[in-house]
Design a protein around this ligand. Structure first.
Ligand code: PMP
Length: 285
């Protein structure tokens, strides 16, 4: 079956899906995006993803190109046309196409909107979660507003590549104070020896992950104790458990950090339980 993408008002064959070379997303990374999980053909946490999209667009003063209801229809249509049961839907909105000049185009131009969807291999992700993943640490050299979900992801690209080249699956960014901010495409968590969950508070230094937000509800609902504060690499090395969260992996146990074995070297009890209970707290639309 051939894939279909949505590009600026049209559903087109994936191979023909194109954006102009002077699109500001291409020229300046002047664009924002969202990745939403699709499960059983339904969008998971669409409301929260579209809320965050609105905040990202607002922070960059990019015009909201269509109503939320219309955007929801497009997302669903792309999922259906690509027959995605389990996978992701990707949405990108750039400031639009204009003569190459860093300042905002005047007069305003229409934002570019692209939506694609693709299947994920659930068995492969579950197999990874059953063994846990390795992460490596890298210096956090990103700009100061990574809470805005822009496509300016070069440090994340390089960090992930470093991880792969070192036989790990994810990279954790560490700030100048030696504190873990988040992963290249995930939020970072530990469980301390006395059983407290710790994840960095959401300020401008991390992306406020939707999975992270839902998990905060799950942690409360399951009666676990939580501290939203930074933690150091050293604290992570000594943790009982570590894990990462994102819309594509939900809760993914971490069993090695920079070669240090975490806990017993197998996925922890808390991470595994939260992975299983996650969908009690998420919204399926
Ligand atoms: N941090 C970063 C840097 C990310 O790119 C992502 C995934 N887009 C996340 C955290 C996790 O966010 P979410 O739970 O919304 O997928």
């Amino acid at each position: 079956m051939s894939r279909v993408a949505y590009v600026n008002g049209r559903y087109v064959p994936f191979r023909d899906a194109k954006i102009h070379i002077e699109d500001r997303g291409y020229q300046f990374a002047d664009a924002v995006y969202e990745v939403c999980e699709v499960r059983g053909g339904r969008l998971i946490d669409e409301r929260r993803h579209l809320d965050r999209l609105g905040r990202s667009l607002g922070a960059l003063r990019i015009r909201i190109p269509m109503t939320r209801a219309a955007l929801g229809i497009v997302l669903r249509e792309v999922v259906v046309r690509n027959r995605i049961s389990f996978g992701t839907v990707y949405l990108q909105i750039s400031r639009g196409v204009a003569r190459r000049d860093p300042a905002f185009p005047a007069p305003d131009v229409a934002p570019s909107v692209v939506v694609t969807a693709r299947p994920l291999n659930a068995a492969r992700i579950d197999a990874l979660a059953a063994t846990g993943i390795a992460v490596v640490s890298v210096p956090d050299n990103r700009w100061g507003r990574v809470d805005i979900k822009t496509v300016g992801l070069l440090p994340n690209v390089l960090a992930r590549q470093t991880a792969i080249e070192q036989g790990a699956r994810e990279a954790w960014f560490v700030d100048q104070a030696g504190l873990v901010t988040e992963g290249a495409s995930v939020n970072a968590w530990i469980v301390t020896q006395d059983g407290k969950l710790v994840t960095r508070h959401a300020d401008h230094a991390i992306l406020r992950g939707i999975t992270r937000t839902v998990l905060l509800d799950a942690v409360k609902g399951e009666g676990l104790s939580l501290e939203e504060r930074p933690f150091s690499l050293d604290e992570a090395h000594k943790a009982r458990e570590a894990f990462v969260t994102s819309a594509t992996q939900i809760v993914m146990p971490v069993v090695r950090i920079d070669g240090h074995v975490i806990g017993d070297g197998v996925p922890g009890r808390v991470a595994t339980a939260l992975r299983h209970r996650y969908y009690r707290y998420a919204e399926a639309g």
